[in-house]
Design a binder for this molecule. Structure first.
Ligand code: SAH
Length: 465
């Protein structure tokens, strides 16, 4: 099985430094299931191609697994197609590059360079457009040619195998991580036992891209060998901090087809409402406290009114996703000057948060232990003390309308509490009174005449300037 990666970056031979493999030599690595060879069919200034040739020993595999002696063990496609064997080989042979490190060319490892991947035989179970579906959202130009089952017998139709070329301007480590995760997904098989540690592996290799992938659930499901519990766990880990409606959506998914749309809609309406409220206040310098994956920041960035935008979150993972969502790595200096992402906790005084016109706290307070609420109150309303604070949180009363949510349970397993409207208003009145703010309340989302809206919003305005 062969995979080649050409680059036209100049000098192209820098590829050898990025991969920690000298273009002048053939290098061999023994693996549990066979042997990997790395060599360079072309290596000059303008074009350098690395080839990874993997020879699998199917007989050896069978011997190690004698209980299952079916003919399939001897006659199968494993030696010829890219599969989880290749993923393992990639991680083993190009581990340093996969991790984004390069001893000799550290800056180049960080840089997007023109890269291609050529794979002569890729199993695409689920149709050849699956390859495009998985790789195009990551920025690749995808070319696939499907092989017939047997060219001598056209009536037999097409095989699941394709020749695939991927092309992109990206970091080598990103490309390797995409291949590592997605190749077994295309094949819909993994040759090794998959347990909870596989979630860790997928999330680590998927950091910064998997959470945003439109087919993330499908990728996790296949990557975890369709084990439902693992897939759910992985999805929760991947999206848990993203928004509190996600889990609710998962519960409802099997019951109601429209649930996804509804959840997404509420999420969008909520963020739009907060963005508009900030806009109308005339604020120029704004904070998004507990910014998560940066969906509100994305909206704020679009309005020129906001001269300075700061997102703060306790989760590094969420900030990484926000960084990517906002495309900050590639952003022009003008954008980079306007926005900043800060890693921090809302429960400790932070001088970086002082001097702002307004702050948003969208679906954050319910993630704090009740005992920590007072600390957050001081950090936000006493020390940071912006002119305006826009806070949203679920309205627990509305939960009764969610058929799939057992009574008394919260919308998200990380919620420490969910307030009724009365509880929220009582807390907000106390804060306003203690800290010198006035407060008004609004509902967000379709309102139930008795239970109110799904989301409640409190708008605090500082009394003295
Ligand atoms: N505001 C975002 C994210 C809401 S999820 C949105 O509406 O999409 C809640 C976020 O609060 C998570 O990203 C979580 O990491 C963050 N968070 C929870 N406790 C925090 C704390 N003590 N300090 C800072 N951020 C916190």
């Amino acid at each position: 099985m062969l995979l080649t990666i050409p680059t036209t970056h100049t000098p192209a031979t820098d590829l050898g430094y990025l991969l920690h493999k000298n273009p002048a030599r053939i290098q061999e690595t023994e693996l549990a299931f066979g042997r990997a060879r790395v060599f360079y069919p072309v290596a000059n200034e303008d074009l350098c191609t690395v080839a990874l040739l993997l020879e699998i020993d199917p007989i050896g595999l069978t011997r190690r697994n004698p209980a299952d002696a079916a003919a399939e063990q001897y006659v199968n496609d494993r030696p010829y197609v890219v599969s989880s064997f290749l993923s393992v080989a990639l991680a083993k042979v190009f581990g340093t590059a996969l991790g984004g490190r390069s001893k000799e060319r550290p800056e180049l490892a960080e840089q997007a360079i023109p890269l291609r991947v050529e794979m002569p035989v890729v199993p695409a179970r689920g149709g050849s457009d699956l390859i495009a579906r998985l790789f195009e959202p990551l920025g690749y130009t995808v070319e696939t040619v499907r092989y017939p089952l047997d060219p001598a017998f056209p009536d037999w139709g097409m095989s699941p195998y394709c020749r695939v070329t991927l092309e992109a301007e990206c970091r080598l480590s990103d490309l390797l991580r995409h291949l590592y995760v997605l190749i077994p997904v295309l094949d819909d098989r993994k040759h090794y036992w998959v347990g909870e540690d596989e979630i860790e592996k997928m999330l680590r290799r998927g950091a910064g891209w998997l959470a945003d992938h439109p087919d993330r659930e499908f990728i996790l499901r296949r990557g975890l060998k369709r084990r439902g519990r693992l897939t759910r766990l992985a999805l929760q880990r991947l999206t848990g901090e993203e928004d509190s409606d996600q889990e609710l959506h998962l519960r409802q998914r099997n019951e109601e087809e429209g649930a996804l749309e509804r959840t997404i809609r509420l999420n969008d309406i909520r963020l739009d409402t907060v963005a508009e409220t900030l806009q109308e206040s005339g604020a120029r310098r704004v904070l998004d406290l507990g910014c998560g994956e940066g969906k509100l920041l994305q909206r704020l960035l679009k309005s020129k009114q906001f001269e300075r935008i700061v997102g703060l979150d306790a989760s590094v993972r969420a900030l990484e996703i926000a960084h990517r969502r906002l495309r900050l790595a590639e952003a022009p200096p003008k954008v980079k000057e306007r926005i900043e992402l800060l890693h921090g906790a809302l429960t400790y005084r932070d001088r970086r948060l002082e001097g702002y016109d307004a702050a948003a706290l969208v679906e954050v307070v319910e993630h704090l232990d009740s005992a920590r609420l007072a600390a957050m109150e001081r950090v936000v309303f006493e020390h940071a003390r912006p002119g305006l604070v826009v806070l949203t949180t679920p309205n627990r009363e509305f939960n009764a309308t969610f058929e799939s949510l057992p009574a008394g349970e919260f919308r998200h397993r990380d919620h420490r509490f969910e307030w009724t409207r009365e509880e929220c208003q009582a807390w907000a009145a106390g804060v306003a009174e203690r800290r010198g703010y006035s407060v008004v309340h609004r509902g967000i989302g379709d309102e139930d005449p008795e239970l109110g809206s799904p989301t409640q919003m409190a708008i605090f305005t500082r009394l003295e300037s």
